[in-house]
Design a protein around this ligand. Structure first.
Ligand code: FES
Length: 243
């Protein structure tokens, strides 16, 4: 492990020297790390891809996770990766809108960099209206973002932004996802399949489809966040209860 520091609020950054992973991990995917103090294969922690630079791969996880305290620079981490489905945009998607809430912005940053590298225009918004004021859950700090990401805070469900977008990825609460579905229908008259995706952030202890801890109910039946996600089409949740 090459780095372990708090990025902002409850977001911890773990960076690894991992040339193979740097070649194979794609935005939207994740890794599962085993806690070195236990042999239990079903107690893995989710690490969200944050940034890849050369052979260095940076992930984020909650700063309160015990793994953060135990992992030291120089340690070797036992990882399962890459896991989950990558976020791919249609070749015609020139405008990408990324909407996150508080610390849940973190997994969107790798997606933003990848979309920009593909020549797409990206607007990243920290959507603040649903955030609890007391939880240290303010807007993602602008100084942590590279300048090519156009960054806003406030209303990520702005009708003009939604009309501008060719594709949307959101990362936040069930309340945000329900409101996003309504806002898309209001701004574009209907919610098309493939237009908006949402990231589910649930504990994924095994990552292999064995434990069902990450099951979510969708309009197409029960799906597993680890195997079928962690991103899902918003249309699958538009009329569902999400956790
Ligand atoms: S984490 Fe066990 S089934 Fe998804």
């Amino acid at each position: 492990m090459a780095d372990n520091h708090t990025l902002w609020a409850d977001v911890q950054l773990l960076a690894l020297h991992a040339p193979e992973l740097a070649r194979t991990l794609r935005p939207g995917q994740f890794a599962l790390a085993r806690d070195p103090t236990t042999l239990d294969p079903y107690l893995r922690r989710t690490l969200w891809l944050y940034h890849i630079e050369g052979a260095r791969v940076a992930f984020t996880l909650p700063a309160r996770d015990p793994l953060v305290v135990r992992a030291r620079v120089g340690d070797t981490l036992d990882l399962l990766a890459p896991l989950g489905r990558a976020i791919e945009f249609d070749s015609n998607a020139r405008h990408v809108l990324l909407i996150g809430e508080g610390t849940r912005v973190a997994p969107l940053i790798a997606i933003a960099h990848d979309a920009i590298a593909q020549g797409r225009a990206v607007v990243l918004v920290t959507h603040t209206p649903f955030l609890p004021h007391s939880a240290g859950q303010g807007a993602w700090p602008a100084h942590l973002l590279s300048p090519e990401i156009e960054y806003r805070t406030g209303d990520g469900l702005d009708a003009e932004l939604i009309a501008w977008a060719d594709a949307i990825v959101a990362s936040g609460s069930a309340q945000l996802y329900r409101a996003l579905a309504d806002a898309v229908r209001a701004a574009r008259y209907r919610l098309e399949p493939g237009f908006a995706r949402v990231l589910m952030d649930l504990p994924m202890p095994c990552g292999t489809g064995a434990c069902y801890a990450c099951a979510v109910e969708t309009s197409r039946g029960v799906k597993l966040t680890c195997a079928d996600g962690p991103s899902f089409d918003l249309i699958e949740f538009a009329n569902q209860r999400t956790r």
